[in-house]
Design a protein around this ligand. Structure first.
Ligand SMILES: [Zn+2]
Ligand SMILES: [Zn+2]
Length: 323
C-alpha cells in the first residue's frame, strides 16, 4: 500500500526480479537433472526387477529394502535433496533476516555524551558572562541560536577529535564498520554488501547465514556437476536426439561455468573472514585500523564459538563490535 501511494510499485517489484531469476535457475537445474539423469536412473533400476514382484505396493517396499535400487542411486537421491532442503531454508532465512540495526543503547550513549559536552560548554559560556561567578544554570544565558551553534560545534568535535562516524542520510552517529546502504536507506552494522540477488543487505545479522548459503550452493553445484558428468558423457557417446544433446550439454557446461564463479566468490569470502575484512572495506581499499585478531578469533566473530552450528543455517548470537 505504501508503495502504491509513492508510485514506486514497479521499482519495488523490480527489486525482487533477481531473486526470482535465482530461484528459476535452481528450479531449472533441479528439473533437468531429475528428468535427464536421476529419474531415468531410478526407472532403469526399477524395471529391471521381475514383473511379478512389482504388482503390489507391499512387494515394492520389500524390494527397496532388498536394495533393488543401487546404493549409488539411493546415495545420490538422498544427498541431493538434503543439500537442496538446507539451501532453500538458508535462502529464505538470509532474505528474511535483518542485517543488523545500530543498537538503541549505543545511540543513547552517544546522545548522553553530546548532552554532557553541550552542558559543559554552556556552563563555560555562563561562567564567562557572569565573570568570576560560577554558574551551574545554563538555561537563562544561552539563546536558541547559540544552542544550535553549540550543538553543531560539539557534534563536529566528536567527529573530528574522537573519530566518531556520522551518517548524513540518517542524521545519526554510527559505529565503526557500520555503513549506510542507499538501496535499503538504512545504516547496517558491519555491512558487507547489498546483495541484489537476495534483495537484502548482508551485514552483522545475516553474514553467517550468507556464508552457509554460499557453502550449500557450492556443494550443490559441485555435486550436480560431478554426478551429471556421467549423464553428459553417456549422452555424448550415444545416439540421442539433438534436443537432448543440446539440453544435457548446455546444462552441464552452464553448471561448470557457475561452479567456477561460485568457487571464486566462496574463496574470496573465506579469505575475507580469515582477514576480518568486509567486501565494502575491501572495495574502499583505503588504510584501515588494524582489525587482525588472529585467524581463529576472526572465524569465531562470524561463526560463533559453537562448531556444532557452523554448518547449519543458524545465525549465532554474536555481539557486534561497536567501538
Ligand atoms: Zn545511514
Ligand atoms: Zn541494502
Amino acid at each position: 500500500m505504501k508503495y502504491y501511494r509513492e508510485g514506486q510499485l514497479l521499482r519495488y517489484i523490480g527489486t525482487w526480479i533477481p531473486l526470482a531469476v535465482l530461484v528459476l535457475i535452481v528450479l531449472y537445474f533441479y528439473v533437468v537433472y531429475m528428468e535427464t539423469y536421476l529419474m531415468p536412473l531410478i526407472k532403469s533400476e526399477y524395471v529391471s526387477r521381475p514383473l511379478v514382484e512389482i504388482n503390489t505396493y507391499l512387494i515394492q517396499l520389500v524390494h527397496i529394502n532388498d536394495y533393488v535400487f543401487s546404493n549409488q542411486t539411493i546415495g545420490i537421491t538422498i544427498t541431493l535433496h538434503i543439500i537442496l532442503i538446507l539451501f532453500t531454508i538458508t535462502l529464505i532465512r538470509v532474505v528474511m533476516t535483518i542485517p543488523g540495526h545500530v543498537p538503541v543503547e549505543w545511540l543513547n550513549k552517544i546522545e548522553d555524551e553530546i548532552r554532557q559536552m553541550i552542558e559543559n560548554e554552556e556552563n563555560m559560556i555562563n561562567h564567562n558572562k557572569k565573570g568570576s561567578q560560577t554558574s551551574t544554570s545554563f538555561s537563562s544565558e544561552i539563546d536558541d541560536e547559540q544552542r544550535l551553534h553549540l550543538n553543531v560545534k560539539v557534534k563536529n568535535e566528536i567527529i573530528d577529535k574522537q573519530g566518531r562516524r556520522h551518517c548524513k542520510n540518517c542524521s545519526a552517529f554510527k559505529p565503526k564498520r557500520c555503513h549506510h546502504c542507499r538501496q535499503c536507506k538504512t545504516c547496517w552494522l558491519k555491512m558487507d554488501h547489498h546483495c541484489q540477488w537476495l534483495n537484502n543487505c548482508i551485514g552483522h545479522g545475516n553474514y553467517k547465514l550468507f556464508i552457509n548459503l554460499l557453502g550449500y550452493a557450492w556443494f550443490l553445484i559441485s555435486f550436480i556437476m560431478i554426478t551429471y558428468s556421467r549423464c553428459y558423457y553417456d549422452t555424448m557417446n550415444s545416439y540421442s536426439s539433438d534436443a537432448k544433446l543440446f539440453l544435457v550439454s548446455f546444462t552441464f557446461l552452464y553448471c561448470c561455468f557457475l561452479w567456477v564463479i561460485l568457487t571464486a566468490f566462496t574463496l574470496f569470502h573465506l579469505w575475507a573472514i580469515k582477514s576480518n575484512i568486509t567486501t565494502l572495506e575491501y572495495c574502499e581499499n583505503k588504510p584501515r585500523e588494524p582489525l587482525q585478531k588472529g585467524v581463529w578469533n576472526n572465524i569465531f566473530e562470524v561463526f560463533g564459538k559453537n562448531p556444532l552450528v557452523w554448518f547449519l543455517p543458524i545465525q549465532p548470537d554474536t555481539k557486534p563490535i561497536l567501538d
